[in-house]
Design a binder for this molecule. Structure first.
Ligand code: WTA
Length: 677
C-alpha cells in the first residue's frame, strides 16, 4: 500500500481541511472500476467529494451495472447472472439480489484470506479484566477454530437451514459460532447476553432453534453474569429437545442436565479443524436478529447471505476508510446488528483486523476505551453517543493520558449525536484531525444508509449527512404521504428502492414484514424515523416517530415494557413513553394505573422496576414510574400518547387539543404529579 497524506484532516468545526483528491496515481487503485474477487481487495476507498458524487450518481442511475461490479468484491462459488429484482410496491414487496449466485459466507470471511493473510491478526480479543492477556487470533487460527466449531455443531445434528441461538459474552467463541453456522449454511440468531431468560426463551421458540450456545458465565465490568443459569431458566419454557452447548469462559460452577447440556471443549477436543463449507444461495438466510417494533413482540429480522455480505464489506471499507493493516474497533456487542456487520462480517470479509472487547467503557475506570486504543494501536474507533456522553462527563485526563495518535476515523451510531458530544469527541478524542462519521442505519438495513465518508463529506455536528451508494432517501409529509421534493424538507424518512443489505422478511411473519415497513407509506420503505434535509442536501435524523424509544443506544418498543408491567399482579394498566435523558439519550417513563386493592408506595416503584428488569433485561429498567389514577384516552379507548409524551418531557404548555378525551380531567392530575418539573 502506498502511504498517503490523510485526506481526513478536519478543523475545529469538523470541516475536512483538505477536500482535494489525493494524487492521481494513488487514486487509481482506490475505486477500482473492475474489482476482482481473489484475493480480496483492501485497496482503500479514500473517497473525495468528486468521486463520491460520481459513484453515488452511478449507483442510482445504473444500479444493475453498479452492483454487478461491486458484487464481485466477494467470492462466489457460482457467479450470479441476475443482479437485482426488487420492489417496494405495497402489494408486491420483494427483494432479491444476486439471486442465482451461490457462495459460502465463512469461506469469504476466512478461507480466501489464508493464502495472503494466514498470519495476520483477524481478531484482537481484549478481555474485561485489563490484567488478563489480550489474544491475537490470526486468520489461520480463526480458520481452525471455526472449522472445529462447525464440526461440533454438525455432530450435534445442525444442518443447512437449521436455526441456532447464541447467548454469549463478547468472546472470540461468539464469532467462531456465528461463522461456524455460516459455514454449515445454518441460520444464527444471536440474543444479547443482557436479555432475560424470558426474552431468550421467546426468541428460541420463535426461531424454532434446536440448540442454544452459551457460556458458563459472562464477565463484564468486573462482575459475572450467570449465563448458563439464565439458559436453564429459559429452557423451562422451550421444547424438551433443545440442546445447550456450553463454552467455558469463567470456570465457575454450573448446574448441569445430562442429555441436554454439552461442554463445547469436550467435543472440540476430538473435532477436526477442517469442515466442508456448504454452498448456499445468495438469498438463503444468514441470520435472524430480533428487534423491537412499535407494537407487539420483537420482530425476527431476516438477513440473507450474498447481498448482506457485499453491503457489510463495502460500507465497512468506505465509511471508515479502512486501509490495509489498520486496526478497527467497534465497541458494540455482537448481540446487536452493529456487532454483526462491523465486528464480524464487514471487517472479516475485508480481511481486516477487528477488536472484540468484552468489557464496558468505565471499568476499571473511565479511561478504558482509550487505554485499549493505545494498547492495540486502533485506527478506526466506532461507538455510540451514549458512551461518549458518559465519558465526557469524566475528567479529560482519562483521555489525554493515552497516546491516541493512531486514530484516523471516529464513528458514531445508534442515536442522534448531540453537538456537545460531537465536539468533545472531535476535539478531545480526535484532536481535531479525525473525521467523525455519524452513521445512520438500522437492524433492518444491514449496513449504513446515511453517513459521511472520510475526506469526501463536509462534516456537521449532528448531521448524518449523505446517503451511501445505492441508497435513495426521501422525506415524506407524514399526513399526505407525499414526497417533499424541495431541497430543504422535514418529515418522515423513507427509502425509495432497495440496496443489497436490506432485510428480506420477518421470520415466520411475511405479513407483518409488509404491514410494519411498507404499508404506512405505500411504495416506500418506512424507517420509523423523522428527518430534516438542509439547504446543502444533508440529512439530520430527528428521532423515532413511532413508539420505539432509544435508550442508551438500545432500541426498545414501549409496548414491550407495557406488557411486562401489566403482567405484574398489582398493575391494571400502563403506558410507556420516552423522555429526554442526559446520558441515555432517552429514558423510560411509565404511567401506571394500579389495581384498586394495591397501594402506591416507593417500595412498589422499586418492585416494578425490578420486575421489568427481570422480565426483559437490565436495559429495560424504568427510569420513572408515575402513578396514574387514569390515562388520557379518546372516546374509543385509545391512549393518547402524544399527551403522555409531552407531560414526560415537561412541555405541559403545548398539550394541544384535549377536548376529544373521554375524561379531560385525568390530564390535570398527571400534570400535577409529573416527575420532571
Ligand atoms: C436510531 C442500530 C440518529 C434510529 C444500527 C434508528 C440513529 C434506530 C443513528 C435503529 C444515527 C441509529 N443518528 N439515529 N446515526 N443510528 N439511529 O435497529 O432511530 O438498533 O431507527 O440499529 O436507531 O436502531 P437499531
Amino acid at each position: 500500500m502506498p502511504s498517503h497524506s490523510p485526506p481526513w484532516a478536519v478543523n475545529a468545526e469538523g470541516v475536512p481541511r483538505s477536500l482535494s483528491p489525493p494524487p492521481k496515481q494513488e487514486r487509481e487503485g482506490e475505486m477500482p472500476k473492475d474489482i476482482h474477487n481473489t484475493p480480496p481487495l483492501l485497496a482503500g476507498a479514500h473517497a473525495d467529494t468528486e468521486t463520491y458524487n460520481a459513484m453515488y450518481e452511478a449507483s442510482i442511475s445504473d444500479p444493475e451495472g453498479f452492483w454487478a461490479e461491486h458484487g464481485k468484491r466477494i467470492d462466489w462459488i457460482k457467479p450470479f447472472t441476475k443482479v437485482k429484482d426488487t420492489s417496494f410496491a405495497h402489494d408486491d414487496v420483494h427483494v432479491k439480489w444476486f439471486e442465482d449466485g451461490t457462495l459460502n459466507v465463512a469461506e469469504n470471511c476466512i478461507d480466501r484470506h489464508l493464502a495472503t493473510r494466514g498470519d495476520q491478526t483477524a481478531i484482537i480479543f481484549e478481555p474485561d479484566d485489563p490484567n488478563e492477556p489480550a489474544q491475537n487470533i490470526t486468520y489461520q487460527q480463526l480458520s481452525d477454530e471455526v472449522g472445529k466449531f462447525a464440526n461440533v455443531l454438525k455432530d450435534l445434528g445442525v444442518k443447512q437451514g437449521d436455526r441456532v441461538v447464541l447467548y454469549l459474552p463478547m468472546i472470540p467463541a461468539a464469532a467462531y459460532a456465528m461463522l461456524a453456522c455460516a459455514r454449515l449454511g445454518a441460520v444464527h440468531s444471536v440474543v444479547f447476553a443482557g436479555f432475560s431468560p424470558d426474552a431468550l426463551a421467546s426468541r428460541i421458540n420463535d426461531s424454532g432453534a434446536k440448540i442454544v450456545i452459551t457460556s458458563d458465565g459472562a464477565p463484564r465490568g468486573g462482575r459475572v453474569t450467570d449465563l448458563k443459569g439464565n439458559v436453564d431458566k429459559a429452557l423451562l419454557h422451550c421444547d424438551d429437545h433443545v440442546k445447550c452447548l456450553v463454552v467455558k469462559r469463567t470456570g465457575q460452577q454450573v448446574t448441569w442436565q445430562e442429555n441436554r447440556d454439552i461442554w463445547y471443549d469436550e467435543m472440540a477436543a476430538s473435532a477436526s479443524t477442517f469442515c466442508h463449507a456448504a454452498e448456499v444461495g445468495a438469498e438463503d438466510p444468514l441470520f435472524i436478529l430480533y428487534t423491537s417494533g412499535s407494537t407487539g413482540k420483537p420482530k425476527g429480522v431476516v438477513h440473507t447471505s450474498g447481498g448482506y455480505l457485499v453491503y457489510a464489506g463495502m460500507t465497512h471499507q468506505y465509511t471508515f476508510d479502512y486501509q490495509e493493516n489498520d486496526v478497527f474497533w467497534c465497541t458494540a456487542d455482537v448481540g446487536w446488528v452493529t456487532g454483526h456487520s462491523y465486528i464480524v462480517y464487514g471487517p472479516l470479509v475485508n480481511g481486516a483486523t477487528t477488536v472484540m472487547f468484552e468489557g464496558v467503557p468505565t471499568y476499571p475506570d473511565a479511561g478504558r476505551f482509550w487505554a485499549v486504543c493505545e494498547k492495540h494501536k486502533v485506527n478506526q474507533f466506532y461507538t455510540a453517543p451514549t458512551a461518549i456522553r458518559l465519558l465526557m462527563g469524566q475528567s479529560d485526563d482519562f483521555v489525554t493520558k493515552y497516546d491516541l495518535s493512531d486514530l484516523k476515523v471516529l464513528g458514531s451510531v445508534g442515536e442522534p449525536i448531540n453537538p456537545e458530544a460531537w465536539n468533545w469527541y472531535n476535539e478531545v478524542v480526535g484532536k481535531g484531525k479525525c473525521p467523525i462519521v455519524d452513521t445512520f442505519w438500522q437492524t433492518e438495513t444491514g449496513g449504513h444508509l446515511i453517513t459521511a465518508l472520510p475526506g469526501a463529506t463536509k462534516l456537521k455536528p449532528g448531521a448524518a449527512t449523505k446517503p451511501f451508494f445505492g441508497v435513495q432517501p426521501v422525506i415524506l409529509d407524514p399526513q399526505s404521504g407525499e414526497e417533499i421534493t424541495t431541497v430543504e424538507a422535514e418529515g418522515v424518512l423513507c427509502m425509495k428502492d432497495a440496496w443489497p443489505g436490506i432485510m428480506r422478511t420477518l421470520w415466520g411473519d411475511a405479513d407483518r414484514f409488509v404491514s410494519a415497513y411498507f404499508a404506512d407509506y405505500k411504495g416506500y420503505y418506512f424507517t420509523g424515523d423523522g428527518c430534516r434535509r438542509d439547504a446543502d442536501g444533508d440529512y439530520w435524523i430527528t428521532g423515532r416517530v413511532d413508539d420505539v424509544i432509544n435508550v442508551s443506544g438500545h432500541r426498545m418498543g414501549t409496548a414491550e415494557v407495557e406488557s411486562a408491567l401489566v403482567a405484574h399482579e398489582k398493575v391494571a394498566e400502563a403506558a410507556v413513553v420516552g423522555y429526554p435523558h442526559e446520558l441515555k439519550g432517552q429514558g423510560i417513563y411509565c404511567y401506571v394505573t394500579l389495581m384498586s386493592d394495591a397501594d402506591p408506595s416507593d417500595e412498589l416503584v422499586k418492585e416494578l422496576q425490578a420486575w421489568v428488569r427481570k422480565e426483559i433485561g437490565p436495559i429495560a429498567k424504568p427510569d420513572v414510574i408515575q402513578w396514574a389514577p387514569g390515562l388520557p384516552k379518546t372516546r374509543s379507548g385509545k391512549i393518547m400518547r402524544r399527551i403522555l409524551r409531552k407531560i414526560a418531557e415537561n412541555e405541559v404548555d403545548g398539550l394541544g387539543d384535549t377536548s376529544t378525551l373521554a375524561d379531560p380531567s385525568v390530564v390535570d392530575d398527571l400534570i400535577a404529579n409529573r416527575a420532571v418539573k
